[in-house]
Design a protein around this ligand. Sequence first.
Ligand code: ATP
Length: 516
Amino acid sequence: MKPDLDGECPTYPYAVLPLKSAFPEEDLKTTRSGRLSDASQLWHKYQNKLAEDFFRHAQLNDDNQISERLRESYLNRCLLAIQDIVISIGGNPISQYGMPEPSFDGEHINRDYAMEINYDPVDLADILQTDVSRLTEEQRSIFDRVCRSVDSALGEMLFVDAPGGTGKTFLTKVILAKVRSQSKIALAVASSGIAATLLSGGKTAHTMFKIPIDLDRTENPVCNISRNSDKAKVLRDCSLIIWDECTMANRKAVEAVDRTLRDIKQNNQPMGGITVLFCGDFRQTLPVIPRGTRADEVRACLKSSHLWHYIIPLHLTLNMRAQIGGNQNAQEFSELLLEIGNGVYPQEQGKVVLNENLCSKVSSIRDLISKVYGNPTQILTCENYWLCERAILTPRNDQAATINAEILSLVSGDNVEYISINRVMEEGESTSYPVEFLESLSAPGLPAHKIKLKIGVPIMLLRNLSPPKLCNGTRLKAVKGLWLPAGTCGVASGTVLLSALPPSQLMIKESKWTRN
Ligand SMILES: Nc1ncnc2c1ncn2[C@@H]1O[C@H](COP(=O)(O)OP(=O)(O)OP(=O)(O)O)[C@@H](O)[C@H]1O
């Protein structure tokens, strides 16, 4: 929810924003600050329209007219669903924004289940109508193979080896639409939050399957899902799982899911007999093992799992990104990436040298910045799409800090400095952990002790404080309110997110920081 920046109480249920187009403009009475003035009146006027999907399900199930009692019950379910969205965005129930309070009496709604079966049939039909005929021959053959496995409940495990740009996202979207259009459950997961946002209904594998964080604690980890839970019901009825970026997943995570599914489905086939489509590219990043060697990474990857023997490999080879753009350099670049990934591209002292036609060489960080952003002052006024099209990537945090400092110095405006709390939780330990030591720590996935921001500069979110929308790696832009605890940001892809990030208490267990 929007923080109370200009002295008025927050009254706008922002979750209704996506539904805005459903309401006639004249009914969207807003206050001077752009907030909805009477959400309750809007609900009473449009409740039947908003609850259409719930009524449709009731009619499909009961095959007759809905009684008044049932109608009330479905309206209540609709309110509960809206409340879920509002809470996921702002953390407050809808009654705080003037909407009627939904009742929980006698209702047990399996929200996980409802989410997986409530895909809009019109959207699914649209995808199928436009995209199935566009599949290339190799995409079509994988599509047919997966559909056959789902239709005949073969419970196969398939792996699509898909180098970047070969149309894996496009293909998985069509497969998901096909299976969901048959009123079956198809779950879409990815190993990273950013990849999950590209999948329809996608979640990270850890969230979906409640995979334990510390996989090394036990030899045979299992997921934290009990047989009688709501989640277990979803998994029991699931027909297909698509797992993107499986090549980055620790094999123990996949094995934990396998054990859990066998148990929940009481079926000793791999993955409890559910068809699973793994996607990924072993030429790209393998599982990250902190301070691990190359051998540790290889040992942790899916290919080293006993499950790999059951997996049927399939391949996407045609680079659609290069094909569609018709850009010769894009084709050459995709071939070069494959050669590097396959380890056959020549190296000079452990480094690869790129052809001049595929890159521009720069001699300093300032040159690099001007190559990417032109005059950095335009960052302040540029459109979000311009910012979305450019980024500077670097493998190390210290290099990122240097580049950030340089860009900040070139952009006009005042620096606002944020400093993390630099005290230990147990006062008695303060002599072992002096302030200077705490300030020098640089934890993975967390900002440094001191960060500087200016209005308008792009920021990358390091921690998913509010998944799935704000997952790790989401790019934000500081738009106003930098004096707030953590600023008010807009998502760089265009949607303005009116949300103050809550102060968090995070605990990091890192043996390298234990002082003797
Ligand atoms: N059969 C197709 N017909 C038309 N366009 C396609 C087809 N397959 C893929 N594309 C387009 O090609 C581009 C690359 O596809 P996509 O993003 O699915 O690839 P990807 O393998 O997921 O890439 P990456 O791994 O780099 O994210 C996209 O613009 C996509 O819309």
